[in-house]
Design a binder for this molecule. Structure first.
Ligand SMILES: [Fe+2]
Length: 380
């Protein structure tokens, strides 16, 4: 596959193999194992899915650039602080990077070689990024204990947006949701579990199409932190290509910072989140990442200023958060928790310090989400 050289040395997993062959076939089994191993080793992988159309991503990016170019008073109409901002818009300087206040996280940074560390978040106040949450969930056939995590969508009302909003969001959101759900199946198979294990546990999850927006006309200086070093609180995060570079991810077992460059075409980037870490007892760790303005971002800003002088200079991330059901009992799967312990011991023998051992007490998924939201200042 041509993309191998251009995929930041992350494994490229081919969803087509999984979709086009019987599950018991050796090709499918091998590809699923590669997917699970990639998540264990790197916490991330590049996913190839021929069903994904780049044009749908471009239409989505255009729509979100237009949306976030609106005046602030227009955007404020779509805020829902009473629902912990878990639907509609979150404006800049609201969300704090968890690591700025979280000790285990600062410990992770300390253990990285100096050259591989994220930009310093110690004095970093809330992130200068905006975000929109668009829920892409199945209607729930039961009463949830977590209604605020499952609230109805907000549709922007500006004349130029309201008609094209829902179709464009749903089209691109469905592409990413299908891809990530199939990857959840592949991951289960690769971990030696029934294929439907995670997909079923996330059937009624509060999945979110969650683009972030950074105004590069105001926050375009080199080394500006657009989103400080953190992990995601959901199960798996999937990204389409952004128009501007700047996302860095950390490979779990190598400690290396990787500047994300998703190959052109039908490729997506996937990273593990906290729910996957919890259910695997730490066998797969949530992947750390940051978004910063680097030289490549600045080169792209200058190029787009010339090529598209009339377009807003806003970096949109093409991000989708896939969740387990809020009411799901989150308990490490025993066979995986055993493997996690063995892996941890191996790492110690190899001289790779993984830091303090993390506990994964049983709780509802919605509880984990609420605990994390308190950390990042979105919930009182
Ligand atoms: Fe994130």
């Amino acid at each position: 596959m041509a993309a191998r050289n251009d995929s930041m040395d992350l494994p490229v997993i081919d969803l087509d193999i999984f979709l086009n062959n019987p599950q018991s076939s050796p090709e499918v089994q091998a590809e699923c194992k590669r997917a699970a191993d990639a998540l264990i080793t790197y916490g991330a992988l590049v996913l190839h899915d021929s069903r994904v159309a780049e044009k749908d991503n471009q239409d989505f990016l255009d729509l979100l650039e237009d949306y976030f170019a609106q005046p602030e008073e227009e955007l404020r109409k779509d805020e829902r602080p009473e629902l912990s901002y878990q639907i509609g818009v979150t404006l800049e300087n609201t969300e704090k990077p968890k690591c700025a206040v979280d000790e285990p996280c600062l410990d992770v940074i300390q253990r990285l070689a100096e050259s591989e560390r994220p930009l310093d978040i110690a004095g970093h106040s809330p992130d200068p990024k905006c975000r929109f949450f668009w829920r892409m969930a199945e209607p729930m056939p039961y009463q949830t204990e977590f209604p605020s995590l499952n609230a109805p969508n907000v549709i922007p009302q500006a004349e130029s947006l309201k008609d094209r909003w829902t179709p464009a969001m749903d089209l691109w959101g469905t592409s990413m949701k299908s891809a990530v759900q199939n990857l959840a199946e592949m991951t289960a198979v690769g971990l030696g579990l029934p294929a439907e294990t995670f997909k079923e546990a996330g059937k009624y999850g509060p999945h979110l199409l969650a683009p972030t927006a950074s105004d590069l006309s105001r926050y375009g200086q080199k080394d500006t932190i657009l989103a400080g070093f953190h992990t995601d609180l959901n199960f798996l995060t999937i990204h389409g290509r952004s128009r501007y570079p700047g996302l860095n991810i950390w490979a779990r077992n190598t400690g290396k910072r990787i500047a994300v460059k998703i190959p052109e075409g039908n490729y997506l980037l996937v990273q593990a989140g906290k729910q996957l870490e919890h259910i695997t007892g730490g066998l797969i760790k949530a992947g750390f990442h940051e978004v910063v303005v680097n030289q490549a971002t600045i080169d792209t800003i200058n190029r787009r200023k010339e090529q598209f002088p009339d377009r807003p200079l806003i970096r949109i991330s093409s991000t989708f958060f896939w969740h387990l059901n809020s009411d799901h009992d989150l308990n490490p799967i025993p066979s995986l928790a055993d493997k996690a312990k063995a892996l941890r011991a191996d790492q110690v023998n190899l001289g790779r310090d993984e830091g303090r051992e993390v506990e994964y007490p049983p709780m509802k998924v919605g509880q984990l989400v609420q605990n994390e939201l308190k950390h990042i200042a979105l919930m009182a």
